[in-house]
Design a protein. Structure first.
Length: 293
């Protein structure tokens, strides 16, 4: 299968700054930022709006891209869930080769669906490259299983940015946006990063880079240059029109926030002592390993 030249995959938990980072990368001359490609089916079905404010079918970029993609296959760009998906996640976290995992598709049909998903996503990357002519595709779908399978497909051409934000800020933001309890949000945050750490055992250090959201906000230029060196691309700003889907509603509604960076630390005065104690009990030790004290 023909694949696009290079891919930067932002792997992070929700509300951790992936939209901000992707938007900044998308303003570099070699990078095309697509947003959360896993949501393309929903965006197409509902004709939802691209970051440029146009409905996706009327957007110049996505309109051209969709002409190169089999629309029927968009139904296979979203991860499946259930028993089969959980089995695939366990297999992906092992040190089995892609061919070994693929051979199990005859036993667990959901595996075959997930492989089809990866091939379709790769097709979307190729179409985006054809439309914009840039060599590097950036996807912020942040799905650990996809990350693993994409690595098997792209090898050294896949660069993973492991983006992390102080878990206290994340759970506070999740609670504000979804109404989730602090305990439930902290459990999900902790589980995501535990699984991510397991996945990284089978991906070489040279293919992944750890970035903290707070460092990005404090020194965006320095952080971007660090990412460019890691991904072997030029740090060259360009006047790129951004066309991405999914991501932070705050950035989508306030487009200037991509270029005007503000560190959000509302958690410091919005979380109660009881909230902080609960977070510390559930996810404090893991948060500490990321440098958050």
């Amino acid at each position: 299968m023909t694949k696009s030249n290079r891919v930067i995959y932002i792997n992070s938990f929700q509300r951790s700054g992936s939209t901000l980072l992707g938007g900044l990368l998308g303003q570099l001359s070699e990078v095309s930022y697509l947003g959360e490609v896993r949501n393309l089916q929903d965006y197409y079905s509902n004709n939802s709006r691209c970051f440029c404010s146009k409905p996706i079918r009327q957007c110049e970029f996505w309109g051209q891209l969709l002409q190169q993609v089999d629309i029927e296959q968009l139904a296979h760009t979203k991860s499946l869930y259930g028993f089969g998906h959980r089995c695939l996640k366990l297999a992906s976290l092992s040190k089995w080769s892609l061919s070994t995992i693929r051979s199990m598709s005859s036993i667990i049909p959901a595996f075959a669906d997930e492989f089809q998903l990866i091939e379709n996503i790769s097709g979307i990357y190729r179409a985006a490259q054809s439309v914009e002519g840039r060599q590097v595709i950036c996807d912020s779908s942040h799905r650990t299983t996809q990350c693993r399978l994409l690595y098997e497909l792209y090898g050294e051409e896949l660069k993973i940015i492991s983006l992390v934000r102080d878990g206290r800020a994340v759970v506070n933001s999740v609670r504000r946006r979804t109404g989730s309890s602090i305990g439930a949000a902290a459990t999900r945050w902790e589980r995501f990063h535990r699984v991510q750490k397991l996945m990284y055992r089978v991906i070489p250090d040279r293919n992944r880079l750890f970035i903290r959201y707070e460092d990005l906000c404090d020194d965006p230029i320095g952080t971007l240059k660090k990412i460019c060196e890691f991904a072997q691309i030029k740090y060259e700003q360009a006047d790129n029109a951004l066309h991405f889907i999914g991501g932070s509603s705050t950035i989508r509604s306030n487009k200037s926030s991509v270029s005007t960076i503000h560190l959000d630390e509302k958690w410091r005065h919005q979380l109660t002592d009881a909230d902080l104690a609960l977070f510390k009990k559930v996810a404090g030790p893991l948060n500490y390993t990321f440098g958050y004290h």
